[in-house]
Design a protein around this ligand. Structure first.
Ligand code: ADP
Length: 208
C-alpha cells in the first residue's frame, strides 16, 4: 500500500512594517492554532547559538571579540559594527539570511498544525516571493504611517527622529502591499485585530 499522503499544511508568510502589529497578529494565530508560528526572531538567535556554524562564520568575518564570556554572540556590538557600514551589513546578511531561511523551512516542515505561519518581518526587503517560493499566501499587517509612528514611539520609547529613521530604512508601505495576498488592517483595537485574524484563519482553513 502506498504511504498515506502527508496532510496539507497551508504556509502563510506574515510580514509588515516595524510596529505594524505582526507580533500581536502572530499571537492571535498562535492562540487559535498552538504551535503554528515559526518565528524569525527565534531563527535569528538559533543560527548564531553557541557551537553553531553560523556563530563561527560571523566571528570569522567580524572578529572573535564579538564572542561574549558566556559564549553567546554579542549582538549589540555586532549591530553597532555594521550599523554605519553598508558593505559589512550586506556581508552579515549574506551569512545569516540563508541560515535563517533554512532554519525556518525546517521548522515549517516539522509543524503539525494545518496552518503554518512564518513570521518574516523583512520579507519585502529580503527578496520577496522569489526568496520564499514555498509560501502559499503572503499576509501583510498594514496601518497608516502616522499610527505606525505613534505605536513605535509608545512601544520602544525612542525619540521621534529615530522612529522616523527606522521606518524610512524599511521598504515603503506600497512595496509591502504589492506583495500581499491578504491584508490585516490594524487601525482598530487589539481585539479588532484578533477578530480579523480569526476570520482570516477560518477562511484559510474552511471546515470539511
Ligand atoms: P510588530 O511586531 O509589527 O513590530 P507589535 O505587534 O509589537 O508590532 O505592535 C507594535 C505596538 O503596538 C505594540 O506595543 C503593540 O502592543 C501595539 N499594538 C498592536 N496592535 C495594536 C492595536 N490594534 N491597538 C493598539 N495598540 C496596538
Amino acid at each position: 500500500m502506498p504511504a498515506p499522503a502527508a496532510p496539507h499544511r497551508l504556509r502563510v508568510g506574515l510580514t509588515g512594517g516595524i510596529a505594524s502589529g505582526k507580533s500581536t497578529a502572530a499571537r492571535a494565530f498562535e492562540a487559535l492554532h498552538p504551535g503554528c508560528l515559526v518565528d524569525a526572531d527565534a531563527a535569528a538567535r538559533a543560527v548564531v547559538a553557541p557551537g553553531s556554524e553560523g556563530l563561527a562564520a560571523v566571528l570569522a568575518a567580524f572578529g572573535e571579540d564579538l564572542r561574549r564570556p558566556d559564549g553567546q554572540l554579542d549582538r549589540a556590538a555586532l549591530r553597532q559594527r555594521v550599523f554605519a557600514d553598508p558593505a559589512a551589513r550586506k556581508q552579515l546578511e549574506s551569512l545569516l539570511h540563508p541560515r535563517i531561511r533554512a532554519w525556518m523551512r525546517e521548522r515549517a516542515a516539522a509543524a503539525s498544525t494545518p496552518l503554518v505561519l512564518l513570521d518574516i518581518p523583512l520579507l519585502t526587503e529580503g527578496g520577496g516571493r522569489a526568496a520564499w517560493p514555498e509560501l502559499e499566501r503572503i499576509l501583510v499587517v498594514d496601518l497608516p504611517p502616522a499610527l505606525q509612528r505613534q505605536r513605535l514611539l509608545a512601544r520602544d520609547g525612542i525619540d521621534p527622529a529615530l522612529a522616523e529613521a527606522m521606518i524610512a530604512a524599511q521598504a515603503p508601505r506600497e512595496a509591502r502591499l504589492a506583495l500581499a495576498d491578504d491584508v490585516l488592517v490594524n487601525t482598530g483595537t487589539p481585539e479588532d485585530l484578533a477578530a480579523a485574524v480569526a476570520r482570516l484563519a477560518a477562511r484559510y482553513l474552511p471546515k470539511g
